[in-house]
Design a binder for this molecule. Structure first.
Ligand code: ZN
Length: 233
């Protein structure tokens, strides 16, 4: 073992962290600029990119079920989501989820809302996306929310039955097409009596979430809420 390796092994955690940050300086996950930062959680965006991030408005409905979005789909959030999904940048994706969970914690009503949720159901990926991208970001987001709030996740509750690429259509076409987008794959009694939180990454027209809601309602689920990372405004 050479002297440098010996010294590194004997260093404290703080010294090791400082050394690793010299080797790998923090990098903005949106513009890839290396940047100085002064807060542990603000390590993933530079100050310029962070200014482009807009928190979504909290849901207006006053009942138990709510439709949440964390951010508006624009600026650094849009850029990072695109890189995560199209370039398989899981290093960016994981940091974005940490950032998103932190943003959710700051919304005081969200923790209260989550105490009424029993089960998390992620929107399943389209077939062509599964082939291209492997593990889907939505599953990772759902898993992270479930861990954070100690909730169960039912990954195979919904199954896609329509494989058309939705982005090619206008809003009206998408709403019409989405009517038969899902079927219930492995429903169970637990699902029927639960307050279900459907999770997706981006809400564009809301047609996908609406189709998932319709299937669950058809099965008899009475309480259904939704959560997305970003909503197109
Ligand atoms: Zn940046």
């Amino acid at each position: 073992m050479n002297t440098l390796t010996k010294q590194f092994r004997c260093a404290t955690d703080l010294e090791k962290n400082l050394f690793m940050r010299l080797l790998y300086p923090p990098c903005c996950i949106s513009c890839q600029d290396t940047h100085a930062h002064d807060s542990a959680y603000l390590t993933c965006f530079c100050k310029i990119c962070e200014k482009t991030i807009v928190l979504a408005k909290p849901p207006k409905t006053s009942g138990t079920t709510k439709d949440w979005a964390i951010f508006n789909y624009r600026g650094a959030i849009k850029n990072t989501l695109l890189k995560w999904k199209s370039q398989q940048r899981w290093d960016y994706g994981k940091k974005l989820i940490q950032y998103s969970l932190h943003a959710l914690q700051k919304q005081s009503n969200f923790s209260l809302f989550m105490s009424s949720v029993d089960l998390i159901v992620p929107i399943p990926p389209a077939f062509f996306r599964t082939l291209k991208r492997g593990l889907h970001p939505v599953d990772y987001f759902a898993k992270s929310v479930a861990q954070e709030y100690h909730k169960k996740t039912h990954f195979k509750a919904l199954k896609r039955i329509h494989q058309s690429r939705q982005t090619a259509h206008n809003k009206q076409d998408r709403m019409e097409q989405s009517k038969n987008l899902f079927t219930l794959h492995k429903p169970n009694k637990e699902l029927k009596n639960a307050h279900v939180l459907i999770i997706d990454d981006i809400k564009t027209t809301g047609a996908t979430l609406q189709a998932a809601k319709m299937q669950l309602k058809h099965y008899g689920v009475s309480k259904i809420s939704t959560l997305v990372i970003a909503e197109v405004i």
